[in-house]
Design a protein around this ligand. Structure first.
Ligand code: EPU
Length: 342
C-alpha cells in the first residue's frame, strides 16, 4: 500500500534529543493525531519497520542511527476531563510540554503536580519512566492513559496497575516498548491538597522565601529555582538529567556501608529498603566536573552526564562505563542507567 503520510527519510535527530547527539532516523513522521498512527498501522511497509516513539527526547541516548520509523509525538491539547467529590481529572495530549502542562494546572488552582515542575520532556513520555522529583512521582497523581496498540490496531485504556509503575520504570519502558504509543494521559488531582515537603531542600527554600503556608505555585517556584541551580539547562548544555538511578539496597547492607562511609546519604523506602544517592557515590570517586573526550560529568550534580559539544553516544557510554566501574570497585554497588540507549 502506498502511503500518503509525510514520512521523511534520513531525518536528523540532533535537535530532537536533549543530549544533542547526532543521529539519523531511517524514517521520521511527525504525529499530530491518533489518525496518523492508524494510517501507519495500515501501511504494510511502515508497520513492518522497528519503531521509536519520541517525545521531548530527554531520556534517551543515541548510540547509532535509528534503522526504523521515528514517531515524533506532536499532538496537543489539555482539558478538564472530569470532577468528583475528591478529585479534578485533567487530561493532556502526549505532545504537550510537561512543564507547561504542570503550570497550567497550577494556574487553574489545582495542586498535585508542583513537585514535578521543570522536568524536561512531554506529557506522553512522563509515564514511560514514571518521572519523579522532590519526594513525588508521576504515579502518585496518575489516573489512566490512552495508548495506540500496533498489534491490534486499536486504542487501549491503561489503569495505573496496567502501567506497572516503579522507580523510573513502567510497562512502556519494558514489554510495551515499541508496541504501544501513548496518546494522552489523565491525572487525578486532589480536591483537598496537602503540600509534599518531604524533601528537606524544598522545605528550607520555602522557609527562606518566607512562605509559612505555601501554595502549590509557591512550591513550584522554589523547585524551579532549585533545579535551575543544580541541573544544567538542556537548551544550553546537552544532557538527559540523571544518567544513573539511585541504587536500592537492603537495610542490612546500607548499615554495613555506613560503617565504612558514615556520610553516605540513604533514603529509607516504604518497604524498608534504602535508596543510596548515586550522585554522592560518583562524586566521592572524584568524577564531578571531569571530562572524557567530548563527554563530561556535570560540575553541580555528578549524577548528570553532559555533552561538552560534539560528543557521540559511544563517548557518553564509555564515560558511563568508567564511572560504573569506579563505583563498583570502591563501594561494591552496581549503577543502573536511567536513559534508554538506542
Ligand atoms: N550529592 C553529592 N554530590 C553530587 C550530587 C549529589 O554529594 O554531585 C548528594 C547530595 O548532597 C544529596 C544527595 O546526594 O545529599 C542527593 O542529591 P540530590 O538531592 O541532588 O538528588 P539525587 O538523588 O541526586 C534525585 C533524582 C533527580 C531529582 C532529585 C530531586 C534520581 C536518579 N534522580 O537526584 O531526578 O531531580 O532527586 O528529587 O532519582 C532525573 O531523574 O533526571 C532527575 C534529575
Amino acid at each position: 500500500m502506498q502511503t500518503s503520510l509525510p514520512v521523511q527519510a534520513d531525518f536528523p535527530l540532533r535537535t530532537l534529543n536533549t543530549f544533542g547527539i547526532s543521529a539519523l532516523a531511517h524514517a521520521y513522521l511527525a504525529v499530530h493525531a491518533a489518525d496518523d498512527l492508524f494510517r501507519v498501522c495500515a501501511d504494510d511497509r511502515l508497520a513492518a519497520l522497528p519503531r521509536l516513539v519520541l517525545g521531548g527526547g530527554s531520556n534517551l541516548l543515541f548510540t547509532r542511527d535509528f534503522p526504523g520509523l521515528v514517531l515524533h509525538m506532536l499532538n496537543t491539547g489539555k482539558r478538564v476531563s472530569g470532577e468528583d467529590a475528591s478529585h479534578v481529572y485533567v487530561t493532556g495530549a502526549a505532545g504537550e510540554n510537561w512543564h507547561e502542562f504542570v503550570r497550567w494546572t497550577l494556574e487553574n488552582g489545582w495542586g498535585g503536580l508542583e513537585n514535578l515542575s521543570l522536568i524536561p520532556g512531554t506529557v506522553g513520555a512522563a509515564p514511560v519512566q514514571n518521572i519523579g522529583a522532590y519526594g513525588a512521582e508521576l504515579k502518585d497523581y496518575f489516573h489512566s492513559l490512552l495508548a495506540f496498540d500496533f498489534e491490534t490496531g486499536k486504542t487501549r485504556l491503561f489503569t495505573a496497575a496496567d502501567c506497572c509503575f516503579a522507580y523510573r520504570e513502567s510497562f512502556f519502558k519494558q514489554d510495551g516498548a515499541g508496541r504501544f504509543v501513548i496518546l494522552e494521559v489523565t491525572f487525578a488531582l486532589p480536591g483537598q491538597w496537602q503540600p509534599n515537603l518531604s524533601y528537606p531542600d524544598v522545605a528550607e527554600a520555602l522557609s527562606n522565601a518566607g512562605h509559612v503556608v505555601p501554595s502549590p505555585k509557591d512550591i513550584s517556584d522554589v523547585i524551579i529555582a532549585i533545579r535551575q541551580r543544580k541541573l544544567p539547562d538542556p537548551a544550553l548544555v546537552g544532557n538527559a538529567g540523571s544518567f544513573f538511578k539511585n541504587p536500592t539496597v537492603s537495610r542490612a547492607l546500607f548499615d554495613e556501608l555506613k560503617v565504612a562511609h558514615p556520610h553516605m546519604p540513604g533514603y529509607v523506602q516504604p518497604d524498608g529498603s534504602v535508596r543510596i544517592a548515586a550522585g554522592w557515590l560518583i562524586d566521592q570517586c572524584g568524577w564531578k566536573g571531569k571530562t572524557h573526550g567530548n563527554a563530561g560529568v556535570c560540575e553541580t550534580q555528578a549524577l548528570v552526564l553532559i555533552n561538552r559539544g560534539e560528543a557521540t553516544g559511544e563517548e557518553v557510554v564509555r564515560l558511563s562505563e568508567a564511572i560504573r566501574q569506579d563505583v563498583r570497585d570502591r563501594f561494591g554497588l552496581l549503577l543502573d542507567v536511567e536513559p534508554v540507549f538506542i
